[in-house]
Design a protein around this ligand. Structure first.
Ligand SMILES: [Zn+2]
Length: 263
């Protein structure tokens, strides 16, 4: 039984501030430790739940956040640039866990809310529905018919996940009070919750349905800044909507995602 764990940083336990997730700040070092500890708790839980193989992808920023020398020996780790795919190997797994996730751009009182890039992405829609990173990664997993069985993050992230994947196991490790603050579970309780949730999720993976986006898929992106639209030359699938917004259309989610992001 094989599990794929995507780990982002903003939704990890103990994290409330940008300084904890941006490498140039001293507080980033504590953020790395928190992310590593959440990952280890999740791996332990997966083993407890019956996983025999676990792949973990460090999915924040440049993918070099988790402290490799402190990671559990019970998984394999993808760090750094993951090459041509956002979730390499997900197609060989039985289920997916999205750990340390955050709510979509614009969510009120969502801790460190954003979608992909806070500097350049304002709003993002999948087939007309406003969406965030949980939806993106759940859709990639869903393309390969893999269910997302567990999420961890703040209360807003958990609600966002439940709406798309009914019955998903939620490890709510904090409650958002603002963009840069919230009420946190203490460290040991957060780890315990992640461990137990992962074990439960892995045990019941067959009960949770993959999040499938029906094709053809339209992805609409509203950018933060003006004058930064992609050039439509030789791109018949690209439609400019206004001075900051464009759409791409693909036959399925992966096709549309590649057209949007180039990978
Ligand atoms: Zn991140």
């Amino acid at each position: 039984m094989k599990v794929f764990i995507m780990v982002d940083m903003e939704g990890c336990s103990g994290i409330v501030a940008s300084e904890q997730v941006i490498p140039s700040f001293p507080d980033y070092q504590e953020g790395r430790r928190y992310m590593t500890e959440d990952t280890n708790a999740c791996v332990e839980g997966c083993i407890e739940g019956g996983a025999t193989e676990i792949i973990v992808r460090d999915a924040h920023y440049m993918g070099r956040n988790m402290l490799w020398h402190e990671l559990s020996p019970h998984a394999r780790y993808i760090q750094g640039n993951s090459g041509s795919h956002r979730m390499p190997g997900v197609w060989d797994c039985d289920c997916v866990i999205l750990l340390g996730y955050h709510s979509m751009a614009g969510t009120r009182e969502g801790i460190l809310e954003h979608t992909m890039s806070p500097e350049s992405w304002q709003n993002f829609w999948i087939n007309g529905k406003l969406s965030g990173e949980f939806a993106i990664d759940a859709a990639i997993a869903g393309f390969y018919d893999k269910p997302v069985v567990m999420v961890s993050g703040d209360d807003k992230t958990c609600a966002e996940a439940e709406e798309l994947v009914p019955g998903i196991v939620k490890a709510q490790v904090k409650k958002g009070l603002s963009l840069y603050g919230g009420e946190l579970l203490p460290r040991e309780k957060a780890h315990e919750l992640i461990r137990k949730s992962a074990a439960e999720a892995v045990k019941k993976f067959r009960e949770i349905k993959p999040f499938k986006v029906p094709g053809p898929v339209t992805l609409r992106l509203e950018l933060v800044s003006r004058n930064s639209l992609p050039s439509p030359a030789n791109k018949p699938w690209l439609r400019i909507i206004d001075g900051r917004t464009f759409e791409v259309e693909g036959s399925d989610f992966i096709d549309a995602w590649q057209k949007l992001t180039g990978r």
